[in-house]
Design a protein around this ligand. Structure first.
Ligand SMILES: [Zn+2]
Length: 129
């Protein structure tokens, strides 16, 4: 299980599966946040806890951040999907670096094509420093 925490500790997340990849996205929001996302569905092995504030982006999702220290912890779908589930993605930047070091990076072109791009061999640790 992976765990993440904002800097002040008020907001935490838990992720019970082993993520296949962490997504780096170049969209106008993610490039500013510098977030790396792992995806799941709310109530199914991924959980966000603590008092967050939400920045609603468009009509599909909201970014959740700690109002005290400002860390972006997650994005959460505004609506339940056709599969009856609500997508919840958490930011692996909030995890212990060693716990997530070897997760491969997936690239998502959220700026232009909205498509997944091929992996280039980099892992989360290559994005850390
Ligand atoms: Zn905080």
């Amino acid at each position: 299980m992976l765990k993440g925490s904002c800097h002040c500790g008020a907001v935490t997340w838990r992720y019970e599966a082993v993520p296949e990849g962490a997504t780096a996205c170049n969209c106008t929001a993610c490039r500013r946040y510098g977030a790396l996302w792992i995806y799941g569905h709310e109530g199914e092995g991924v959980q966000l806890d603590g008092p967050t504030q939400a920045y609603v982006r468009g009509t599909s999702l909201a970014f959740h951040f700690c109002a005290r220290c400002g860390c972006v912890a997650a994005w959460r779908a505004l609506h339940i999907g056709e599969n009856g589930k609500r997508r919840l993605a958490v930011n692996v930047r909030l995890a212990d670096p060693e716990a997530v070091a070897n997760i491969p990076i997936d690239h998502f072109d959220g700026l232009d094509t909205f498509e997944d791009l091929p992996r280039d061999g980099r892992c989360v640790k290559d994005y850390w420093f």
